[in-house]
Design a protein around this ligand. Structure first.
Ligand code: GLN
Ligand code: ZN
Length: 757
C-alpha cells in the first residue's frame, strides 16, 4: 500500500516562518531573505517526508499566509483595492492578508473566517460581478518544479473549485453558479499545465463536500467537475475531502471522472457506512484518511487495521493517508525536551505521523501483520494503563442527575431578586474582564517564571496592578468592576495550570492564522481542581471597592475546545469533568463574598458540528448542560454573567438563552447589530451587553458614536435588560486608548440614561 499526506505544517519546527515574516513586515529583512527562509522550510519538509518513506509528498501546501488567499491570487480573484496600491506581488498579497496603511494608500484586509471546525482561519476571497476568474499565477507550478529540482515528483495540492466558490463572498449580484464556466476553465488549464510538467497526481481539496449540501450545491459541484475533468492530459486527479463524511454527494463523487477520492475515516462518522452500503468504484484509488490530522495521540494500529480490512472488501486500490492536513498539529516532538518520556511516547505530531504512515504501510504489506515489530510495539503502548485516572471525579460525573443542571429559582424570579440586591442604575456599565497587559506586566511574569523574582514579589506586583485598576474604574465611573486579569497569560492556560489532569508542551505550536500560532494545552488525565484558582485575586479586589467586583472564570466548553482533547473518553465526559472543577471555583467565590461571577464561553460556538443534524446529539446536548452545571448551585441573589467573542449565534439563539446565565455580553459592533433583531424576535430572556465598541482596533470611539449605538440597541432591547460594555477583554490594548474609550462609554451611558430612562 502506498502512503500520502494531505499537507504538512509550513510554519517551520521553531516557527521560523512566523519570525521571518514579522521581520519582513517590520522591514528588518528583505523579500529575498524572507523567500530564503521559506525555501529552507520547504526543502527541510521535503527531505523529511522523503526520508520517512512517504510515497505521495504534497507540494504547494506551503503558504506565506493562507492557502485560500493563495488560491484567490492564483485565480485572479483579487479586489482592485489591493492591486491599485501598485505594490510588489508579495506586498499586494500581504496587503490583502493584513491590510495596508502607507504612502500608497489605506486599505483594510480581507475578512478572515474559521476554517470549518478547526482553530485555523482562512482569508475570505471576494468575488465581484466583474471579477475575471482565470489562471493568473504560477505558484503551484513553481513549487512543483522546485521539488522536482530535488528529484521529488510531488503531488501538488490546490483548494478545489467547489470549495473555493462556496467559501468566497459575493459582493455584487452574481453568485457562485454564475462563475462555473470561468472557474472550470481555469482549473482545467491548471490540470493541463501539471500534465505537461509531468505531475502524476494533483490533489484538489474539497472539504466543503462534508457540509450539508442541497440540490443546488450538488449541481454546482457536478457542473464544475464535468467541465474541469475532461481533457486533462495524463495527470490523475484526487478529490480530497476532510473534516467529515460526504453523505450528501457520495454517489456524484463516485460517478465523476476522478482518479482518486480522499475520504476521512476519523471524523467522517458515516464514511465506512457509505462504502459498505454503496461499494467503491473499481476505477478509482481510495485515499483512506486513517491517521488523525487534528489530534496529537499515537494512532492505534489495531483499530486502524480493522478499518482497512473492511475497506479491502470493496477495493484493493488503497492509499494510506491522514484524515486532514497536518497543518492542524505541531511539527515535531524532537523539540519537546522537558516533557517526560512517559507522556511523549503517547504523542505523535506531524513528523511522528509520517512515521506512523510508514509503520502502517509496513504492517499492511507484511504477510503476518500482527507479528511485525511495529504492530507489537504499538499494541503494547495502547494496552498500558494510563496514569491520571481519578475515580472520585469519574464517579461524580456518573452520579449527575437532571436536577444538577437546573438553577433555582427560575430566571425572572432571580432577575427580580438581583435588581433588588444590586440596585444598579439602568444601563449599567462594565467591562469584559481584562485590562491592558502592558509591558511591565509581561516582564514581571517572565521574571517570576524564570525565578528572578520571588512569588511574594510577583504577587505584591499583581496586587498593586489590581489596586490601580480598581481605582481607575472607580474614577471612570463604571458600575460593575473587574480585577483586570493581570495574573493571567491566557484564559485557558492559566486555568489549565491550576487543574490536575492537564499537561503543557513547550514547542507544540499550531498555526491559527497568518503568523499567529497557538499552543493548546493537553488534557492527559481526569480533570480536577488542585486548588482555588482565582479566589484570592477577586477577594482582594473586592476589599478595595464598595461596587460589585465580578469574579472572572473561563467556562468548561471553552477550556475543552482550546485544548488537545483525550480520545479515550468522550468530549462530554471531559467537559463535565472540567465543569465540576469550575463549579467548585464558582461556589468558592460566592462563599468568599463575590456576588457577580462571569464564566466566559468565548469558544462555545467554535466546535458546533459542521452538519446541522449533529448539532444537538454531538454537541449542544452536553455543552449547554456543562455550562449550566457550573452555576446551578449558586444562590438566587448571585448574578452569573457569561461572555462570547462573536455574535454569530442566531441559529442557536435558544440554546444560548438556555445556558440560563443572568447576563451575557458579546461582540456586536462589527456585525452591524443584526443580532439585535434576532434577540427581539426570539424574546431573548437573558439580560444582554452587546459590545458598544470594537476593542480589536486602537481607535477611540467618541461619546456620540457610543450613544448612537446604545440608542439603536434600545430600539430592540428593553432598557431594563441592557448592559453597556466593550466588545471583549482589553488585554491587547494600551492604556492610551482604553482610558478615553471607557470614559466615553460611561458618559454615553449616563447621558442616554438621563435622556431616555
Ligand atoms: N474575560 C476575558 C478577557 O476579558 C475574556 C476574553 C475573551 O473573550 N477572549 O480577557
Ligand atoms: Zn471576547
Amino acid at each position: 500500500m502506498n502512503t500520502s499526506i494531505i499537507g504538512y505544517p509550513r510554519i517551520g519546527n521553531l516557527r521560523e516562518l512566523k519570525f521571518a515574516s514579522e521581520k519582513y513586515f517590520r522591514r528588518e529583512i528583505t523579500a529575498e531573505e524572507l523567500e530564503k527562509t521559506a525555501k529552507e522550510i520547504r526543502s527541510y519538509n521535503l527531505s523529511l517526508q522523503k526520508n520517512s518513506g512517504l510515497d505521495l509528498i504534497p507540494s504547494n501546501d506551503f503558504s506565506f499566509y493562507d492557502g485560500m488567499l493563495d488560491t484567490a491570487f492564483l485565480l485572479n480573484a483579487v479586489p482592485a483595492r489591493y492591486t491599485f496600491l501598485g505594490l510588489s506581488e508579495l506586498d499586494t498579497y500581504f496587503a490583502a492578508a493584513r491590510g495596508y496603511q502607507g504612502k500608497n494608500g489605506d486599505v483594510k484586509a480581507l475578512a478572515m473566517k474559521k476554517w470549518y471546525n478547526t482553530n485555523y482561519h482562512y482569508m475570505v476571497p471576494e468575488i465581484d460581478d466583474d471579477t475575471d476568474i482565470r489562471l493568473a499565477g504560477t505558484k503551484p507550478f513553481d513549487l512543483f518544479s522546485e521539488a522536482l529540482g530535488s528529484s521529488v515528483k510531488t503531488k501538488p495540492v490546490i483548494i478545489g473549485a467547489y470549495t473555493f466558490l462556496k467559501l468566497a463572498r459575493y459582493k455584487g449580484t452574481k453568485k457562485a453558479s454564475d462563475f462555473i464556466e470561468q472557474t472550470a476553465a481555469a482549473y482545467s488549464q491548471l490540470l493541463k499545465r501539471f500534465s505537461e510538467l509531468g505531475a502524476e497526481w494533483v490533489q484538489l481539496d474539497e472539504p466543503s463536500l462534508v457540509m450539508d449540501m442541497n440540490a443546488a450545491d450538488i449541481q454546482l459541484f457536478s457542473a464544475l467537475y464535468e467541465r474541469i475533468l475532461p481533457d486533462r492530459g495524463a495527470v490523475k486527479v484526487l478529490a480530497q475531502t476532510y473534516f467529515g463524511d460526504v453523505r450528501d454527494c457520495f454517489k456524484e463523487l463516485c460517478s465523476l471522472d476522478f482518479d482518486g477520492i480522499g475520504l476521512d475515516f476519523v471524523e467522517g462518522k458515516k464514511t465506512l457506512e457509505l462504502i459498505n452500503a454503496n461499494g467503491f468504484p473499481k476505477d478509482k484509488v481510495l485515499f483512506a484518511g486513517v491517521v488523525n490530522g487534528k489530534n496529537i495521540w499515537r494512532n492505534n494500529y489495531a483499530s486502524t487495521l480493522l478499518v482497512i480490512d473492511e475497506l479491502k472488501k470493496h477495493t484493493t486500490d488503497i492509499v494510506l493517508s491522514t484524515s486532514c492536513s497536518l497543518l492542524h498539529v505541531p511539527c515535531t516532538l524532537a523539540n519537546e525536551t522537558k516533557l517526560a518520556e512517559s507522556y511523549k511516547k503517547h504523542f505523535a505530531y506531524a513528523e511522528e505521523k509520517l512515521a506512523e504512515l510508514a509503520g502502517l504501510k509496513k504492517i499492511t504489506d507484511s504477510e503476518y501483520p500482527l507479528l511485525t515489530e511495529e504492530y507489537r510495539r504499538n499494541s503494547a503502548l495502547h494496552s498500558e494503563t494510563r496514569s491520571g485516572r481519578n475515580d472520585a471525579v469519574r464517579e461524580k460525573v456518573t452520579k449527575l442527575t437532571d436536577g444538577d443542571f437546573v438553577r433555582f429559582p427560575d430566571f425572572s424570579e432571580r432577575e427580580r431578586i438581583q435588581k433588588e440586591r444590586f440596585r444598579l442604575p439602568v444601563l449599567p456599565a462594565t467591562t469584559i474582564g481584562s485590562f491592558p497587559q502592558t509591558a511591565d506586566v509581561k516582564a514581571k511574569r517572565k521574571a517570576f517564571r524564570s525565578g528572578e523574582i520571588s512569588e511574594s514579589d510577583y504577587e505584591f506586583f499583581i496586587e498593586k496592578k489590581i489596586a490601580e485598576c480598581v481605582a481607575l474604574q472607580e474614577d471612570i465611573g463604571l458600575d460593575v468592576l473587574v480585577h483586570g486579569e493581570f495574573e493571567r497569560n491566557d484564559m485557558v492556560e492559566y486555568f489549565g495550570e491550576c487543574l490536575d489532569g492537564y499537561i503543557f508542551t513547550e514547542k507544540a505550536w499550531v498555526q491559527s492564522y497568518g503568523t499567529r500560532c497557538v499552543k493548546p494545552p493537553v488534557i492527559w488525565g481526569d480533570i480536577s481542581r488542585a486548588k482555588p484558582m482565582t479566589v484570592k485575586w477577586s477577594v482582594y479586589a473586592q476589599t478595595l471597592t464598595d461596587k460589585p467586583m465580578k469574579g472572572m472564570l473561563t467556562g468548561p466548553v471553552t477550556i475543552l475546545n482550546w485544548s488537545f482533547p483525550r480520545e479515550d473518553i468522550s468530549l462530554r465526559e471531559s467537559a463535565l469533568q472540567i465543569a465540576l472543577a469550575i463549579r467548585e471555583e464558582v461556589l468558592d467565590l460566592e462563599a468568599n463574598g463575590i456576588s457577580i461571577i462571569q464564566v466566559d464561553e468565548a469558544a462555545l460556538r467554535e466546535k458546533l458540528p459542521l452538519r446541522k443534524s449533529d448539532w444537538r446529539s454531538d454537541y449542544l446536548d452536553w455543552a449547554i448542560p456543562a455550562f449550566r452545571y457550573v452555576h446551578s448551585g449558586v444562590k438566587p441573589e448571585t448574578q452569573i454573567h457569561t461572555h462570547m467573542c462573536y455574535s454569530e449565534f442566531a441559529d442557536i439563539i435558544r440554546d444560548i438563552d438556555d445556558m440560563d446565565a443572568d447576563v451575557i455580553t458579546f461582540e456586536a459592533s462589527r456585525s452591524d447589530l443584526t443580532i439585535l433583531d434576532v434577540l427581539k424576535e426570539n424574546d431573548f430572556r437573558t439580560e444582554v451587553g452587546p459590545g458598544v465598541y470594537d476593542i480589536h482596533s486602537p481607535r477611540v470611539p467618541s461619546k456620540e458614536e457610543i450613544k448612537a449605538a446604545i440608542k439603536k440597541m434600545l430600539e430592540r432591547i428593553p432598557a431594563k435588560k441592557l448592559w453597556i460594555n466593550p466588545d471583549c477583554g482589553l488585554k491587547t490594548r494600551g492604556n492610551e486608548e482604553t482610558v478615553p474609550s471607557l470614559k466615553n462609554l460611561v458618559n454615553a451611558a449616563i447621558e442616554v440614561r438621563n435622556e431616555n430612562c
